[in-house]
Design a protein around this ligand. Structure first.
Ligand SMILES: NC(=O)C1=CN([C@@H]2O[C@H](COP(=O)(O)OP(=O)(O)OC[C@H]3O[C@@H](n4cnc5c(N)ncnc54)[C@H](O)[C@@H]3O)[C@@H](O)[C@H]2O)C=CC1
Ligand SMILES: O=C(O)[C@@H]1CCC=N1
Length: 262
């Protein structure tokens, strides 16, 4: 038996795999992976020293199975193996939008858990929303495993769509913001290389200050903003371009899209 099996080792499957090995102390040989992309399987085996096999063996031989294919591929992944699941297994789906109810149509046997992680789980700095199909004595164990990937928030299943729109998709918004900050620096004369480093540290430092000080973001914003100084001129431009409206709408649109995927 393997401790963990992963079906689909794309971006998220790899983030979970790396997190489990580097942060949860699970050894490569205790993990088995499968993917329809054989080149990807070969790369991941070489990189992490995990086992690789077909999906039937992954389902047959794993205690905990992460399902990390795209939502549209759920049927092609689960239909051929639906009779192989066992009562004492745990199936953890990372699929955006796909409800526990739908997963149960493929198999009633394993305990089904839905999570919504994000890519910073690669370095143990993720956010992981989680919903359990039902209460289980394995809950503390699963939560402790997920905590190695980042901060864990247990929510009602319907709120996982919001977590998807906020933190699941959030890194993409943040990377765009950092790139835009850096490009602003380039426009005003810095090299992109230096501007990107400065933009990245500005976001990281601000997020850490917010977290460690426990202050409200508006209080910290006002600490930066001198009367008739530079910051208020910058903030005014963001207001004119509806920055907050754009960010709130992004979370709203991604949440709605997650609901549509079901
Ligand atoms: N990328 C992200 O930031 C996040 C993704 N997710 C969820 O994770 C899931 C995977 O997303 P990504 O990793 O970004 O996609 P991806 O396209 O990078 O990876 C999906 C992998 O599944 C494989 N696959 C497809 N059909 C398969 C099958 N029948 N059997 C085995 N492997 C199969 C593909 O070859 C691919 O390697 C999605 O459901 C997405 O909603 C959740 C949170 C964040
Ligand atoms: O874009 C997506 O659908 C996935 C879900 C959350 C992040 N990436």
């Amino acid at each position: 038996m393997f401790k963990v099996g992963i079906i689909g080792v794309g971006n998220m499957g790899e983030a979970i795999l790396k997190g489990l090995i580097e942060k949860a102390g699970i050894n490569g040989p205790e993990i088995v992976i499968t993917d329809i992309n054989q080149d990807r399987v070969k790369d991941i085996i070489e990189k992490y020293n995990v086992a690789g096999t077909d999906i039937r063996k992954v389902v047959n031989l794993s205690e905990i199975i992460f399902l990390a294919v795209k939502p549209k591929d759920i049927e092609s992944a689960l239909e051929p193996v639906k009779d192989l699941f066992k009562e004492n297994q745990i199936l953890i789906s990372v699929l955006a939008g796909i409800k526990i109810e739908k997963i149960k149509k493929f198999t009633e046997k394993p305990l089904i858990i839905r999570i919504m992680p994000n890519t910073p789980a690669l370095i143990g700095e993720g956010v992981i929303g989680v919903s359990f199909e039902k209460n289980t004595e394995k809950k503390d164990f699963i939560l402790s495993l997920l905590k190695t990937l980042g901060e864990v928030y247990e929510v009602k299943e319907e709120l996982l769509d919001v977590i998807t729109g906020l933190s699941g998709s959030g890194p993409a918004y943040v990377f765009n913001f950092i790139d835009a900050l850096a490009q602003g620096g380039v426009k005003m004369g810095l090299s992109y290389d230096m501007a990107l480093k400065i933009a990245t540290q500005t976001v990281l430092g601000s997020a850490k200050l917010l977290k460690e000080s426990g202050q409200h973001p508006v209080v910290l914003r006002d600490m930066v903003t001198s009367p008739a100084g530079t910051t208020i001129y910058g903030l005014h431009e963001l207001e004119k371009k509806n920055f907050k409206d754009a960010v709130m709408s992004a979370v709203e649109a991604a949440t709605k899209r997650s609901k549509e995927l079901s």
